[in-house]
Ligand binder design. Structure first.
Ligand SMILES: [Zn+2]
Length: 471
């Protein structure tokens, strides 16, 4: 296999040779289920869906693990008086699953929750303490920290000198030997819910964020595995710390580090403080899910995508050229001896582009060239060439997950799609209510307009907002 991938750790393109022949193990950092999914979450999950589909096409049996971080400072902070943190986490987990499903992102092989892997985290922390790379805080807090000064390679992923690194802002620094030491275990604090506290050899408490991923990757993929993926924003401190913990404990950990670029909004970084977040539900109300998938998947995975007015319209036009050809070719070929003869093969140039660090933009150029050639063949009544283009376009759209005639886009999964749609509308209606409560009426109106444009009517009643689908 000639696939090359950019490894963020070695900072170069390397041939991807799996650890076990014919198999590939991939760990992708999943969401911290603290609030609704936004466009960046969808893009990240889609990148690894496309990578996984390509590895599978190349004949590998892929084991893909994407976790759910269901216990974390942010989940506890966002839980309200009338909703337990675990109820919030599960509600958000469902929204994430709906968003993924809407975009045709295949479910991971395993989707472990952090709270179901506490024992594995304890074992890893114990190994680190025994190896002299972790210690119990001196301030009776019950915290346990990773000792960054004890691990010489610390900083290797992001090529930082320890002395220039930021302090770890994850726990009270008074119990730390060095302000950069990060929390593996956080002792229970007064005021935190009892339900967010687990017994441990160091007293009741809960895991630090980074140790969760190290422990889950090891449990489901083994000491060493092929690919670790995640958004570029996770490189430091999250991935740097995952790498340090796992290797200091003696595990080989990830052989390739793959990071996807982020999504900006009108040229600006997306952030809560700017209030410019684009949520999954808004995005999916603005265009069909297939258009959203095409839009988020078309750029190279390492580049930044800028979302702006008109982004989805461009994607829709590109997709229409593909669907237009598929329909036209099927119509013209139906009833001829070419109707079933089209060989469904991927052109070599497409495969070469995908093998070259997942070059989707170049691969899509091949796809659109084939569409043009196919249309020209129909114009010239060259049905053999038209049939071969139809086969190639079908194969290429299949592997990218954008074949409009295949599941989930061809309506073969109606019940699941209806449930997904209902939850997405619910999420959007909730967001409109919050915007109104925060007196952000411009945003509330924007959401209502989106819904109206999608044929959904909201009615404000004394018992809350109700929605219905027109027609
Ligand atoms: Zn992670």
């Amino acid at each position: 296999m000639a696939l090359r991938l950019y490894d963020t750790k070695t900072q170069d393109l390397r041939d991807f040779t799996p650890l076990a022949p014919g198999e590939a193990g991939m760990y992708v950092c999943g969401p911290t289920v603290q609030s609704s999914p936004h466009i960046g979450h969808l893009r990240s999950a889609l990148v690894y869906d496309i990578l996984r589909r390509w590895l599978t096409y190349r004949g590998l049996r892929v084991t893909m693990v994407r976790n759910v971080t269901d216990i974390d400072d942010k989940v506890l902070v966002n839980a309200a008086d009338d909703e337990h943190w675990w109820a919030l986490a599960y509600r958000m987990e469902l929204e994430f699953s709906d968003g993924y499903r809407a975009l045709g992102i295949l479910p991971p092989t395993y989707e472990p929750r952090a709270t179901a892997n506490i024992q594995q985290m304890h074992e890893l922390i114990e190994r680190l303490i025994e190896a002299g790379h972790a210690y119990v805080a001196s301030d009776e807090s019950g915290d346990v920290y990773f000792d960054v000064r004890s691990w010489e390679p610390y900083g290797e992923l992001t090529r930082q000198d320890l002395d220039n690194m930021e302090d770890a802002a994850d726990a009270d620094p008074r119990g730390k030997r060095d302000p950069r030491d990060f929390a593996l275990w956080k002792g229970h604090k007064p005021g935190e819910p009892e339900s967010a506290s687990w017994a441990s050899p160091w007293g009741p408490g809960r895991p630090g964020w980074h140790i969760e991923c190290s422990a889950m990757a090891r449990r489901y993929l083994g000491e060493t595995f092929d690919i670790h993926g995640g958004g570029l924003d996770l490189r430091f401190p999250h991935h740097e710390n995952e790498l340090a913990q796992s290797t200091a404990a003696g595990d080989g950990f990830a052989r390739f580090w793959v990071h996807n670029g982020l999504v900006s909004i009108d040229g600006q970084k997306m952030s809560k403080s700017l209030g410019n977040s684009v949520y999954a539900s808004e995005l999916l109300a603005s265009a069909s899910p297939l258009v959203v998938r095409y839009y988020l998947g078309q750029a190279h995975y390492r580049s930044t995508i800028d979302y702006h007015d008109g982004s989805l319209a461009e994607a829709e036009a590109a997709l229409e050229r593909i669907t237009g050809f598929l329909e036209r070719a099927s119509r013209r070929l139906s009833g001829t001896r070419f109707s079933a003869a089209a060989e469904v093969t991927i052109p070599d140039e497409f495969a070469e582009a995908m093998d070259d660090d997942l070059g989707v933009p170049q691969a899509l150029a091949v796809l659109h060239d084939t569409v043009r050639a196919g249309n020209a063949a129909i114009d010239a009544d060259d049905l053999l060439a038209a049939a071969s283009a139809l086969g190639a376009v079908t194969a290429m759209t299949d592997v990218l997950g954008i074949n409009p005639n295949a599941a989930p886009w061809n309506g073969t999964d109606d019940v699941a799609q209806e449930a997904t749609l209902a939850r997405l509308i619910d999420a959007l209606v909730d967001q409109r209510q919050s915007a109104r409560a925060e007196r952000d009426f411009a945003r509330a109106d924007r959401i209502r307009d989106l819904l109206t444009a999608s044929g959904i009517t909201i009615e404000d009643t004394p018992t809350g907002a109700h929605w219905s689908i027109d027609g």
